[in-house]
Design a protein around this ligand. Structure first.
Ligand code: TLP
Length: 339
């Protein structure tokens, strides 16, 4: 099977498993896991923040950020197609008792003017606009990159208004590999940033949340409240360190495979790909020849697993466990289905 449902489906390599097996561990609830401490130090340095916290998932990274930046009754601005709004089971309302305010974006990018229209004034009956979240790369928009000028203008606008900013950087290194802009630079425009080791970087599990010392110390408390205080977590942190050292540069190959795939299938009559959205390792496309589910089933029967994207879109995500040869093979198979 050529599994391009997500870049979360990768399996740890033999080398990664060896490193995990020899990791130095300790009880992380006592702060004694050497490898987790090392990972957190490295991620703080990489992101230019004072501290960082290893968390099990990207969702937990985002939700801890929302929890630590807000108080109940606040409002959080998110893009309408964002992961936080669409795929996190309304967690902001459950965990933080806040309201999300969706703002329309263009390929996932909210501009400052549009955000400005949604900032609450101080009338007592309005919630307080406390936080703006930005997703880079933007998943549902097709792995699109937030232009740095747009990030800068939203960030300085938010600072002027005293509004906090969080970057959902689940796939930030796919953006970095395309733009040459480092995590540190991206992160410098935000109060907090989270990114994932389990997407594209090949780890079995794990994400990180970076921010100020005080923010991370509150996040650690909330991670514990949510039941994710971990023990000998160094075996997972070791995989993350390995991924940071070995698997970032190669993400440009995933971006290239996605571009090739998108470009080729866009030439097939009946398949529609908006090439403007193909900027990193995600391709969203649709067809008017079959229904979405029929297409997914047909592909499955020919050995290709894709996922169901938003609305009538199908999503293919390229990663280290699908080779260039398999990418070419999947293009051939799709051509044969539409012939
Ligand atoms: N995205 C998953 C699914 O949930 C859709 C995927 O297959 O792409 N932020 C962004 C931008 C994400 O794409 C995801 C996962 C998360 C956060 C959450 O990460 P996890 O799954 O580790 O909680």
């Amino acid at each position: 099977m050529i599994d391009i449902r997500s870049d979360t489906v990768t399996k740890p390599s033999v080398r990664m498993l060896e490193i995990m097996m020899s990791a130095k561990t300790g009880d992380d609830v006592f702060g004694e896991d050497e490898t987790a401490n090392l990972l957190q130090k490295k991620c703080a340095e990489l992101s230019g923040k004072e501290d960082s916290l290893f968390v099990p998932t990207g969702v937990m990274g985002n939700q801890l950020a929302i929890k630590c930046h807000t108080i109940p009754g606040d409002e959080v601005i998110v893009e309408r197609e964002s992961h936080i709004l669409n795929y996190e089971t309304a967690a902001p309302s459950v965990i933080s008792n806040v309201q999300l305010l969706p703002v329309n974006g263009d390929y996932g990018v909210m501009n400052k003017e549009e955000i400005a229209k949604h900032i609450r004034t101080s009338e007592y009956y309005f919630p307080v606009t406390r936080l703006i979240c930005i997703e880079n790369t933007h998943n549902r928009a097709g792995g699109t990159i937030q232009p740095i000028d747009s990030i800068k203008s939203v960030s300085s606008f938010a600072k002027d208004k005293g509004i906090k900013t969080h970057l959902d950087g689940a796939r930030i290194f796919n953006a970095s590999m395309k733009t040459g802009i480092t995590l540190k630079e991206y992160a410098s425009y935000f109060d907090s940033v989270s990114f994932c080791f389990s997407k594209g970087l090949g780890c079995p599990v794990g994400s990180i949340l970076c921010g100020s010392r005080e923010f991370i110390s509150t996040a650690r408390k909330w991670r514990k409240i949510l039941g994710a205080g971990m023990r000998q977590v160094g075996i997972l942190a070791a995989a993350a360190i390995y991924a940071l050292e070995n698997n970032i540069q190669r993400l440009s190959e995933d971006n290239e495979k996605a571009f090739l795939f998108a470009n080729e299938i866009s030439k097939i009559p009946g398949i529609y790909v908006d090439m403007k959205s193909v900027q990193t390792n995600i391709v969203i496309f649709h067809t008017d020849v079959f229904s979405k589910n029929e297409l997914i089933d047909k592909l499955k029967s020919k050995g290709i697993l894709v996922s169901s994207g938003s609305y009538n879109f199908v999503r293919a995500v390229f990663h280290m466990d699908v080779s260039m040869k398999e990418t070419e093979e999947s293009i051939k198979i799709i051509k044969s289905i539409f012939n």
